[in-house]
Design a binder for this molecule. Structure first.
Ligand SMILES: Cc1cc2nc3c(=O)[nH]c(=O)nc-3n(C[C@H](O)[C@H](O)[C@H](O)COP(=O)(O)OP(=O)(O)OC[C@H]3O[C@@H](n4cnc5c(N)ncnc54)[C@H](O)[C@@H]3O)c2cc1C
Length: 381
């Protein structure tokens, strides 16, 4: 695509920062608009499986990721009551060679900081909340809540689950509350008082689950997330303060190995879980969506951020490979939709690595080298 195109990216989250860094490296003119007045370190962990670590390699951030996060030695699934091991995958040197990269767990704030360093600082405009888009024949106009306006040739909507760019493209539709909330906590490992926790364990019960993992390579910080049924979510906030007692009460009947971990928490927050029905329209004439703006998934496969980052890689490849944006968008959709649809399906049923699993299709995938699917010119869009 001609470098003269002005590309506006709305939302400096995981997907937005990744696509910005990649397009800048390809010589494109990119500006990122983020609603937040400043970035904050939200208390949560995130899993970066080998496919994500590979996707981020062109940004040159792997060393930093390895320093900030932990290469988990395994992922273990256990039954909530008996503690029986239902599935275990080892992430040793052989697995790393097979999948093409390590499996990392990291603090989400650290990941965000690292991605931000890969983007030219002058190109990020904080405090710019998109209000609406006006599409003309020659350009697209972005109108922000602060009264400012900017013109662009292409708008990438990486503005998360309540995306304004999505609203412009598909109309307003509230996200679907899935009837569950996530209780999350981070605490120092010293609180475990000598209890030896495995690197990464998911505990499965019929109506709820919990996931525990270390966040740092010296194993001094622990992350816990439990998802439990909830009748509704009345607040406009994306999270609310909760308590250790509420978290402990949610998992009181679980195996002692999990109870030791939840009882060691101090500060707990609670997050509603939303998703949307699958939608296969990801772009218009001058707008294109990625990540949660496009296909928010339930967090049970720990793959929402992974999909946003892979989207960013494929979209940047398509935009640099094709002169015509509509061809680029068509190739992007054709390449991404089948893989994302499978992740949506598995996330919906919460079955990933519950029992014996062949993870190769997910972990071995490399968005930097995967063939682009190019619809033929005669094919209807
Ligand atoms: C409880 C929970 C646990 C999770 N765990 C994992 C995990 O372990 N692994 C994983 O891969 N994924 C996980 N996810 C999912 C993951 O967090 C998301 O899928 C991912 O952050 C999506 O990235 P994104 O770039 O599309 O959107 P986001 O990271 O949400 O970024 C959107 C950005 O857009 C900005 N924005 C929004 N509206 C506007 C506007 N109008 N104007 C300007 N800016 C705007 C926001 O401020 C934000 O910075 C989890 C999600 C939840 C809820």
């Amino acid at each position: 695509m001609t470098p003269a195109y002005r590309i506006a990216i709305v939302g400096a989250g995981l997907g937005g920062l990744t696509v910005a860094g990649l397009l800048q490296r390809a010589g494109c003119s990119v500006t990122v608009y983020e609603q937040a007045p400043a970035f904050s370190r939200i208390g949560a962990g995130i899993i970066l499986s080998a496919n994500v670590v590979k996707a981020l390699r062109p940004l040159g951030v792997e060393e930093r990721l390895l320093r900030a996060g932990i290469q988990a030695d395994s992922f273990v699934s256990r039954a909530w009551d008996t503690g029986e091991v239902l599935y275990e995958i080892r992430f040793d040197k052989a697995a790393e060679a097979h999948f093409g990269a390590p499996y990392l767990n990291i603090h989400r704030g650290d990941l965000h900081d690292i991605l931000q360093l890969a983007v030219s600082p002058n190109s990020i405009r904080l405090g710019h909340s998109l209000a609406r888009l006006n599409e003309g024949s020659a350009s697209i106009n972005l109108v922000f809540e602060n009264g400012e306006m900017e013109d662009a040739d292409i708008v990438i909507g990486s503005d998360g689950i309540r995306s304004k760019v999505r609203e412009h493209l598909l109309g307003f539709e509230v996200p679907r509350f899935v009837g569950r909330v996530a209780q999350r906590a981070i605490f120092p490992t010293a609180h475990l008082k000598g209890f030896e926790m495995r690197d990464c364990t998911k505990w499965w019960a019929p109506d709820r689950h919990a996931l525990t993992y270390f966040l740092t390579s010296n194993r001094d910080e622990v992350y816990v997330i439990g998802t439990v049924p909830a009748a509704g979510w009345e607040s406009d906030s994306t999270w609310l303060p909760s308590s250790r007692d509420e978290l402990v009460a949610s998992f009181t009947a679980f195996h002692p190995d999990l109870r030791r971990v939840v009882e060691a928490t101090t500060d707990v927050t609670v997050w509603p879980i939303y998703d949307r029905e699958r939608n296969d329209i990801w772009s218009g004439r001058r707008t294109v969506l990625l990540g949660d703006a496009c296909h928010p998934v339930r967090p049970y496969m720990a793959a929402g951020g992974a999909m946003a980052i892979e989207d960013a890689v494929i979209l940047s490849r398509c935009l640099t490979e094709f002169d015509d944006p509509s061809r680029a968008f068509a190739a992007y959709e054709a390449t991404r939709i089948p893989r994302v649809a499978e992740v949506q399906r598995i996330s919906f049923e919460n079955s990933w690595m519950h029992g014996p699993t062949d993870p190769d299709w997910f972990f071995c995938y490399d968005a930097c080298t995967a063939p682009l699917q190019v619809p033929s010119l005669n094919q209807p869009p």
